[in-house]
Design a protein around this ligand. Sequence first.
Ligand SMILES: O=c1ccn([C@@H]2O[C@@H]3COP(=O)(O)O[C@H]3[C@H]2O)c(=O)[nH]1
Ligand SMILES: [Zn+2]
Ligand SMILES: [Zn+2]
Length: 244
Amino acid sequence: MALRLQMLGTGGAFAKKYFNNNGLLYADDFTLLIDCGITAPLALHQTGVSLDKIDAVLVTHIHGDHVGGLEEFAFRMKYGYGRKPVLYIADKLVAPLWENTLKGGLSQEGIASLEDAFEVRTLTEGTVHSLSPSLKVEIMQTPHIPGKASYSLYFNGEIFYSADKTFQPDLLTRLVEQRNCRKILHEVQLTGPGEVHTTLDELLSLPAALREKIMLMHYGDEMEDYIGRTKEMEFLRQHEIYTL
Ligand SMILES: O=c1ccn([C@@H]2O[C@@H]3COP(=O)(O)O[C@H]3[C@H]2O)c(=O)[nH]1
Ligand SMILES: [Zn+2]
Ligand SMILES: [Zn+2]
């Protein structure tokens, strides 16, 4: 059966009308939380999804809007459900996530490493990882902040989910023309220069054959002003469930 996606939030890091850009990906036999930002615990609560229904969380990179909810997630799973959440993470992000983000809050007697708080399953580039019989993922490092690794995701060899990233037209073209990609969930920055993100103008410069596969996410509070100005590319709406 097709994958379904329910964004807990579709906002950029500083959006106030939208929660952080985190998504629930539903496969037949598996529910994956893609990123767990600062607002994820509240967004999950409002969506009516309890933590124990999430089979695993996967993080794309270490910014607060993508990992800031992990401390609460781990503590509530430990004290509320008596177990550790499964965490999929690129091998290169394991040390920075613990040392630079989570250690201060989570470390205590019995929790001295990321593995003490989560069932850590590392992901490597160039490998297709089976999360379940119906859900496979490949991670692809894509440029975001210089010197800071960030990984876009390719699900079941056909669905591309961009991490925060700069414009990479060649990658998008290659995925569609050579790797059977039929849907692209893409971050977008609506105003100002892209710098560490992809601007709407950049995405509008792509050929129609690519644009028609793209849905937009990680946008600012000004999104409504841009409805009708994105050609074939629709805005993903938080909490709605999309069949991919
Ligand atoms: O070199 C930098 C680093 C960061 N930032 C801002 O901080 C935010 C962090 O989360 P984000 O990656 O969703 O979005 C980023 C930008 O809004 C930036 O504009 N330039
Ligand atoms: Zn972000
Ligand atoms: Zn980021």
